[in-house]
Write a protein that binds this ligand. Structure first.
Ligand SMILES: [Zn+2]
Length: 88
């Protein structure tokens, strides 16, 4: 079995960022933001043969988490431009 761990990381970080900064609660926006962010990030595939430690190291890498946060924020700017919920 092959899994894209960048996808897992984006899901995880989106939740964190959404709690802290209230990115958007619109379900359609959330999916669009994640897909735009994922298209800007390099996918990382691990097979089930890869050790848990290696997968964990990927998910916890600080520099990587920072670029995922940046990609989510960038994507939000594009996706939520016309999203009423985020207008002040
Ligand atoms: Zn939105």
């Amino acid at each position: 079995m092959v899994k894209n761990y960048m996808e897992i990381l984006v899901d995880e970080i989106f939740q964190e960022v959404n709690i802290k900064y209230k990115v958007c609660d619109n379900k359609k926006c959330i999916n669009d933001i994640k897909s735009v962010a994922l298209n800007n990030l390099e996918p990382k595939y691990f097979t089930s043969a890869v050790s848990e430690g290696e997968k964990k190291a990927f998910l916890l890498d600080k520099q990587r988490r920072i670029s995922v946060v940046a990609s989510i924020i960038e994507a939000k700017k594009i996706i939520c431009k016309n999203c009423r919920k985020n207008e002040d």
